[in-house]
Design a protein around this ligand. Structure first.
Ligand SMILES: [Ca+2]
Ligand SMILES: [Ca+2]
Length: 221
């Protein structure tokens, strides 16, 4: 019996060994496809992750345009810097002053600081706006009037309104120069050119609600 059990045991051991080998071979043979599957699955994941990332990133460009209007005011204010003749006048030009009506005569002119900006309305056909500036140094006073659209600006360079500047047409800027003397006030009048053949009250007026802007800069010349 002992030999039989040994032989059986040995046979069993052989069978078990064979089974183990077979199962090991099967397992080994199964490992390869599993490994390939694992690779495929492993490769799919990063692609899916990229796809998912791409899908999640797509909405971002749609969100980005929203903040853009916040940055738009910057270019809007840029032309103000361009119109500044000098850096010393930079601060004044960011806060333009406004005309003080009635200012239809030189005696009631709205005072303007040197190197400043002044805005006003030609609110009627015969509205005339006078401004005064007293330079603190002797030199040329350079002036520019930015006209509202459709308005032909006329500039008076002297207190009596006899020296008229009107080089350009409707909607265009007018530029002029005055001889400034330290401590002596200068007077500048602004009006709109009307059709002399028509009654001012019957003329179609443009830019009644659009302000013009007078820019003055005292130079050393
Ligand atoms: Ca006015
Ligand atoms: Ca006026």
């Amino acid at each position: 019996m002992a030999e039989a059990t040994r032989s059986r045991f040995s046979v069993d051991l052989d069978n078990i060994e064979q089974q183990l080998n077979q199962s090991g071979q099967q397992a080994a043979s199964q490992k390869d496809p599993l490994a390939e599957l694992a690779r495929i699955v492993g490769q799919d994941d990063p692609f899916r992750a990229l796809l998912d990332a791409g899908q999640t990133r797509k909405p971002e460009p749609a969100r980005q345009p929203a903040p853009q209007p916040v940055y738009e005011p910057a270019p809007v204010s840029a032309p103000r810097v361009e119109s500044a003749p000098s850096a010393s006048d930079y601060q004044d030009r960011w806060e333009p002053e406004w005309e003080i009506e009635p200012n239809d005569w030189a005696a009631s002119a709205t005072p303007l600081s040197a190197g400043g900006r002044m805005r006003g309305y030609l609110g009627s056909a015969e509205d005339r706006d006078w401004f005064s500036i007293t330079p603190d140094k002797t030199g040329l006073v350079m002036g520019t009037v930015n006209a509202p659209a459709g308005v032909d600006i006329v500039v008076f360079r002297d207190e009596d309104g006899k020296k008229v500047v009107n080089k350009r047409g409707a909607g265009d800027d007018e530029q002029f120069a005055l001889d400034g003397e330290a401590g002596k006030p200068l007077f500048i009048g602004i009006a709109r050119k009307l059709d002399g053949k028509k009654d001012p009250k019957e003329q179609a007026l443009q830019g009644l609600d659009d302000p013009y802007e007078l820019i003055l800069n005292v130079t050393d010349k």
